[in-house]
Design a protein around this ligand. Structure first.
Ligand SMILES: [Zn+2]
Length: 97
């Protein structure tokens, strides 16, 4: 009976050491599984209508202050055709005008 307990102890020890040795790989596999699950959930929640709206707002304009190309959704709209990349550019062009 003592031998059985010893064998179990050794097996437990070996399992523990293996888990310790490969903990990075195990964590990696778990993270990969989680990422795949998240990707699947994201793919399911992607509505085509949202994508179209998203693309419409992804129009590039050049900043009237410094000429940098910026996304209109991130730009500061001054008037219909004037966009600025930052407040600094607005202030700079106000000062020079
Ligand atoms: Zn600018």
């Amino acid at each position: 009976m003592r031998e059985a307990a010893f064998i179990l102890f050794v097996l437990f020890l070996l399992f523990g050491l293996t888990a310790l040795r490969y903990r990075k790989q195990i964590a990696g596999i778990l993270a990969l599984g989680r990422t795949l699950k998240e990707m699947k959930e994201n793919a399911r929640s992607d509505h085509p209508a949202e994508q179209i709206n998203d693309q419409a707002s992804r129009e590039l304009r050049s900043c009237a202050g410094c000429g940098t190309w910026i996304d209109t959704s991130a730009a500061i709209k001054f008037d219909r055709n004037t966009f600025y990349c930052s407040k600094e550019c607005v202030q700079r062009s106000m000062a020079s005008a």
